[in-house]
Design a protein around this ligand. Structure first.
Ligand SMILES: Nc1ncnc2c1ncn2[C@@H]1O[C@H](COP(=O)(O)OP(=O)(O)O)[C@@H](O)[C@H]1O
Ligand SMILES: [Mg+2]
Length: 402
């Protein structure tokens, strides 16, 4: 089986998906933005061929794909900006898999909601807007508070909650560079993910994670140490409707084979509302968390699912898995970390991995990367114990920069 994989090296988790493809026996050809020398050894080892091309340049990428002179059996991409490009190339080369039209439904936030809504599922009231006038009109129709966000966004970038006309005007000023936006009813409640690995549209694997707090709040307040918690017990009544919604959404959008990452809201009154979905894996180490929950390798199982349409990992969820992201106080380079030794002494055996930036390292831009200045992954069979440790890490471990 010949697989063309777009973006094999960046974001970092793509390196493990590349490895996974090789491990299930595919011949892996890849196209990425960087020179071959910049590929990690893991990726170099896995590849049968590599071309450097600018993935945002369709003609250049197409030319690079043709230059392999190989008949591809699969064309895959798990990096959001190029999921549509992969579908486009599949059509050009006559390769089975998700069509461009279906891929658009997983990328364009208005089209996505239209299709989900047409299937009778609950989405936030919404409108597409290309000008300030259209935004204002949509907000009046929907009613405040509203959310303003890019049609094809990611990571809560350029996303604003507006409680009033005044706040809408302020958000309009800040989003002038965004060509097209989605205006939505603000849905108050808890926010969860629904992740799957599908084979021909049917989930062979499912996962639910809980955001603490909601991503928009986490991205707006630097002092917060955001948590994402992979839940061990998917049979709890609080999740039932959300999981049902997730399955229905996959059907409504025509999912094929591969990873999906959906977000959904649960209101205080129990109503569940669709948020968004991508035909790709979640970022921010969520795949690692899912792996830590059942001690499996979903990088490889994803590959098996897309290449051979099989899923072989034994899923027995043993742990709840919390990731806690840290942001240092101050600017520049990390100077010290407080409280880590004490935390590790107390809870070390529940820590799956700890990757805080060490003193001397330059701080990351917390608005640009969820990973912030590093993170810890904590796991425990009991949810309360997991949350307690995650909260204690957030409160008692502090990083400083200067
Ligand atoms: N209609 C909405 N109601 C409430 N919160 C929202 C709504 N739309 C977006 N948000 C908040 O903004 C965050 C980012 O929006 P989302 O649609 O997930 O875009 P992306 O993650 O691609 O940037 C969400 O996780 C959520 O916290
Ligand atoms: Mg999102």
């Amino acid at each position: 089986m010949n697989v063309l994989f777009l973006a094999p090296n960046y974001p970092t988790e793509m390196q493990d998906f590349t490895r996974g493809l090789r491990e299930v026996g595919a011949r892996v050809y890849a196209i990425g933005d960087g020179p071959v020398g910049s590929l990690s050894p893991k990726v170099q080892h896995a590849l049968a061929g590599y071309r450097q091309a600018r993935l945002f340049d369709r003609a250049e990428t197409l030319g690079a794909a043709q230059s392999f002179g190989v008949k591809f059996d699969r064309i895959e991409c798990l990096w959001e900006p190029f999921v549509e490009l992969a579908a486009d190339l599949r059509e050009v080369f006559g390769v089975p898999g998700m069509t461009l039209d279906v891929a658009r439904g997983f990328r364009d936030k208005e089209l996505m909601k239209q299709r989900v809504e047409a299937a009778g599922l609950r989405v936030p009231h919404h409108a597409r807007a290309k000008s300030a006038e259209e935004v204002r009109a949509a907000a009046e129709r929907i009613g405040y508070p509203v959310i303003l966000k890019p049609i094809a966004g990611a990571g809560s970038a350029d996303t604003f909650r507006c409680n009033s006309r005044e706040e809408l005007e302020a958000a309009l000023l800040k989003t002038q560079h965004v060509a097209e936006v989605s205006v939505e009813e603000f849905v108050d409640g808890d926010e969860f993910t629904f992740d799957t690995i599908c084979i021909d549209g049917k989930p062979a694997f499912t996962n639910v994670a809980w955001y603490r707090p909601r991503p928009l709040l986490a991205r707006t307040n630097e002092w917060i140490s955001p948590q994402v918690v992979v839940l061990r017990n998917l049979d709890q009544p609080e999740l039932k409707q959300g999981i049902e919604l997730g399955h229905a959404v996959l059907g409504a959008l025509g999912m094929t084979s591969g990873f999906t990452h959906m977000e959904w809201y649960r209101k205080a009154n129990g109503e569940v509302v669709f948020g968004e979905i991508g035909a790709r894996s979640a970022g921010g180490h969520l795949v690692d968390q899912m792996n830590f929950s059942s001690d499996v390798d979903l990088f490889r199982e994803w590959a098996r699912a897309v290449v051979w349409k099989r899923f072989e990992a034994e899923i027995t969820r043993k742990y709840n898995v919390a990731i806690v992201f840290k942001r240092a106080r101050g600017q520049g380079r990390i100077t010290r970390i407080e409280g880590l030794d004490r935390f590790m002494h107390k809870y070390g055996k529940h820590v799956a991995t700890e990757q805080l930036l060490r003193p001397g390292t330059r701080r990351r831009d917390w608005k640009q990367t969820l990973v912030s200045d590093g993170f810890v992954v904590i796991r425990h069979p009991d949810l309360e114990a997991t949350l307690q440790m995650a909260d204690e890490f957030g409160e008692s471990v502090q990083m400083f920069a200067g």
